[in-house]
Structures are given as C-alpha cells and as structure tokens.
Design a protein around this ligand. Structure first.
Ligand code: ADP
Length: 353
C-alpha cells in the first residue's frame, strides 16, 4: 500500500517540478530566440554599413528598416544565409533545453522518490503502530472473553448443576469481567492522555498533596503485601494538571508495590533541582532486566518476570499512560533497575510552564 502511495507522491512531485521547468524553458527559449534575432540583425547592419562606405554600392537598395537598428518592430532578417544561421541557433537552444529538462526529470525523479519515502515514513510508522495496537488490544480482550465463555459453557453442560457450582462459575466470570473493565479503563485513560494537548489546565499545586493522594490509593494493596511506603517529601509547588499528576504517581507507586516482594518497602522522594521538580520512586523488588528496559514504556509491553514468575495482574499500559502524562507536562523520566534488587523511576517535571 505504501509503495504505490510513494510512487504516486513521486509522480505528483515530478509533475509539479516538470511543469515549472518546462514553463521556465519556454520562457528561456523565447528570450534566446529574440536575442539571436537581434544579434544576427546587428551583425547584418554592421556589414551593410561597412558596404555603404564602399564606393559603387547602391545605397537606395538597403532596406529602410536597417537604419533603425533593432528597435524596429519587424525583425525580418536580411538574407537566406541569416535565416539558416537563425534556424540552426534555434535548434541548438531547443536541444540544450530538452537535455536540461531530461536532466531535471532524472534528478527530480530520484529526489522525489527519496522525499516521498521520507514524507510517508512517519505515516507508515503510525499506521504500523496503530495495527499493532489493535492486534494487542484484541488479544488482551480475547483472553478474558475466552475464559468466560469456557466457564459458562462448561457450567451449562453440567446436568446436575447445583447452586454452589453456579455461584462459583458466576464468581469466576465476575473476575474476568473485572479484568475487562480494568483493560477498558486503561485504554480510555491512554486515549485521554495521548490526545491531551496544551488544552489541559495547569495550576499551581502542592506535590506533597498529590503524593499523599496517590499513596492513599495504593495503600490497600501495600497493606495486603505488608509493604511500607516511606516518604522524603519536600514541599514543592509546581504547575501541573492535578488529576494527571496524581494518576502518574499512582502508576509508579502501584508498580513499585506490585513488583515488590512481601514485607518490603517503597520510598518516594521529591526535591527541586534547577527549577525542576524531581520525583523518585524506589522499590526493592524483582527489578527489570537491562534488555527489557528500553521497551517498558511501550504499550502492552510486560517484562518476562512480571508475566511468568510473579503472575502480577496488569496489561502493560501503565507506563505508557505515565509517559503520555510526563510528555504532556514537558517532563522526562529515567529508570535504573537491577534484577532482584529493585528499581528506581526518576521523574523530572518543570516547575513552571
Ligand atoms: P503493568 O500493567 O504490566 O504493570 P506497566 O506499563 O505499568 O504495565 O509496566 C510495564 C512492565 O514494566 C511491567 O509489566 C513490568 O514488567 C515492568 N515494571 C514496571 N514497573 C516495575 C517495577 N517497579 N519493578 C519491576 N518491574 C516493573
């Protein structure tokens, strides 16, 4: 699809360039013809004037238009010889212009093809990304749906179904519905933050308050795993979108707790540095392998350890949402991790916009 689009775009580039080149060449041709005519006439005049000085030449035989040099409207040439010279010069100019246009055609064709490729590249990447996203999302949707379907079919086939088994099947389906809901919530959130431009209202907010709000929201899971969330919080005021910033902190804190072993701890630090707010979320959990680090902000990416070893619930969307929120705030994120020792995410946000 992109190959034919590239060829079409090249054809359009070529057409526009060739139209300009041909028009330009026609102008040059007209100008050159005019100049050649004048040149030949001036030459003929010189010859005639020289002849005037030679005794025996009949001056009345000289055509009147020669006396007025090249300002006369009629540019008729003096002799058959001049006509031949003129035709020859015209042919040469035309030939050179044709060669010039062929050169432009070859050059514009190559450059156009290259430019068309460069123009289409980001679009192609976007379409590929979109396709991957649809495939990944469908895959994630299918897993809980298949589980639910199997559960319901097996339950329906059971001729001696009692109330307890039916309840169990319903509970299992409810769990899958919960997963589907989580997925759709995450997808909606991703869409919301990815499409958020500067339209969001940035107001001065307290970072300490946002951290506390996020801490409260992950506290139930932390309690379940007996994980302590410690804070070393500087009282920083920064311009941000309150709701997004809290969501961002929830994502990092939630991951820190999710990927920590039981009875561990998570530390949140906030400081200001060169007019920037620096937020670090450190855990001492399973860590991320160096080879996986470049991918963790990709949509639907989950590192092997979190998929297999720990069976942590998730869709690999949290960090891509976090990245969109950080981009929205013109910030940066850094990650430092050692497998089985822990991970530190450092988020840097400008204090003012
Ligand atoms: P998920 O829903 O899987 O947590 P995320 O986008 O939040 O999705 O994270 C992507 C992947 O990055 C996770 O699956 C996990 O492998 C890895 N990851 C993120 N945060 C941590 C962390 N604090 N410790 C270890 N691995 C992490």
């Amino acid at each position: 699809m992109f190959r034919s689009a590239r060829l079409k775009l090249t054809a359009w580039y070529l057409l526009s360039i060739m139209m300009i080149s041909v028009l330009f060449s026609l102008g040059v041709y007209q100008g050159a013809v005019l100049e050649i005519r004048r040149g030949l006439r001036a030459q003929a005049l010189r010859v005639i004037q020289e002849q005037k000085l030679i005794p025996g030449i009949d001056r009345d035989a000289i055509p009147p238009e020669f006396d007025r040099f090249h300002r006369v409207p009629s540019l008729r040439l003096s002799s058959e010889f001049d006509e031949q010279l003129f035709a020859e010069a015209k042919r040469r100019v035309a030939f050179q212009l044709v060669v010039f246009n062929l050169g432009i055609l070859a050059l514009a064709g190559t450059a156009g093809y290259f430019l068309a490729g460069r123009t289409l590249k980001p679009i192609e990447e976007m379409v590929d990304e979109q396709k991957r996203f649809v495939a990944d999302a469908s895959h994630e949707l299918r897993t809980p749906l298949t589980a639910m379907r199997t559960e319901v079919e097996v339950t329906l086939r059971d001729k001696n179904l009692d109330a307890a088994s039916a309840k169990e099947a319903l509970e299992s389906s409810l769990e899958e519905i919960g997963k589907l809901q989580l997925l759709s919530d995450k997808l909606l959130m991703l869409d919301r933050y990815q499409n958020a431009t500067n339209g969001r209202s940035f107001t001065a907010i307290s970072l300490a308050d946002a951290v506390e709000e996020a801490r409260q929201s992950v506290l139930p899971l932390a309690r379940e795993k007996n994980i302590e969330i410690q804070g070393e919080i500087e009282n920083i005021s920064l311009e941000a979108d309150k709701e997004s910033l809290t969501e961002l902190l929830i994502i990092f804190l939630d991951n820190a707790v999710k990927y920590s072993n039981e009875n561990g701890k998570v530390i949140v630090r906030t400081i200001t540095e060169h007019n920037k707010a620096v937020i670090a979320v450190q855990d001492f959990g399973i860590g991320i392998r160096a080879s996986e680090l470049p991918h963790i902000f990709n949509r639907f990416y989950r590192a092997d350890a979190s998929r297999s070893k720990t069976k942590v619930q998730g869709y690999g969307l949290g960090l891509s949402i976090a990245k969109s929120i950080i981009d929205m705030h013109n910030g940066k994120v850094d990650v430092d991790s050692t497998p089985n020792q822990g991970t530190t995410f450092t988020i840097i946000l400008p204090l003012k916009h």
